[in-house]
Design a protein around this ligand. Structure first.
Ligand code: GRF
Length: 200
């Protein structure tokens, strides 16, 4: 399945998806990257891998999402993977692509949606933390969960240590989740995830 990745920054999850997709047997092909930030490190990573990139950066949400939609059409995208894309997509855009947009968030959803999940996890004193890949709906970090990975919170953790442990889990989880979606093993039906035995 033709997959386009939306980024704003570092791009380590994007890179993990590209690494997985470099195996010809992987069911998703990364055909392009869209960034709303011209300085995103992700753009250099994608270019080094020879993957097409586009910068789309409009002030208004309506203009931004219309421009992204046009680029997605150009790329003939079938799946959109958000990987550290820091803007909320408009409800109409999400509705248009419903069931075909996925996101990774560094917490065990529905806990710690939004910014600073690691410091809030430490503050809350949870002993298990982690990351989630979910189908995107109009609400932030909401939507049916596709897959999760857990990591322990250890004595002596600070935000950086915990974030690094979760990030490592993210890099394993996201390729697995995209594979499930690209193979139609999991899909979104009536706002819930639906498991199937395969087929395409
Ligand atoms: C990751 O922690 C991801 O879960 C969150 O933003 C961060 C992006 O990091 N949505 P990277 O750009 O993939 O390195």
């Amino acid at each position: 399945k033709r997959t386009v990745i939306l980024v704003s920054g570092r791009g380590s999850n994007m890179n993990a998806l590209m690494e997985a997709a470099s195996d010809p047997a992987y069911p998703a092909e990364i055909v392009g990257v869209i960034s709303d930030n011209e300085d995103a490190h992700a753009l250099q990573v994608a270019a080094a891998r020879g993957i097409a990139t586009q910068i789309v950066n409009h002030a208004s949400k309506a203009d931004q999402d219309a421009a992204i939609d046009a680029v997605l059409t150009e790329f003939q995208a079938e799946i959109i993977a958000l990987a550290g894309y820091m803007r909320l997509l408009s409800a109409s855009f999400v509705e248009n692509w419903l069931g075909r947009i996925i996101n990774i968030h560094p917490s065990l959803l529905p806990s710690f949606k939004g910014l600073d999940p690691h410091s809030r996890a430490l503050e809350a004193g949870v002993k298990i933390h982690g990351c989630s890949v979910h189908f995107v709906t109009a609400a932030m970090d909401d939507g049916p969960i596709i897959a999760q990975a857990a990591v322990p919170v250890l004595a002596g953790d600070d935000e950086a240590l915990l974030a690094a442990r979760v990030l490592k889990a993210e890099h394993g989880l996201y390729p697995l989740a995209l594979r499930l979606v690209a193979e139609n093993k999991i899909s979104m039906k009536e706002r819930k995830t639906h498991l199937s035995n395969g087929g395409s």
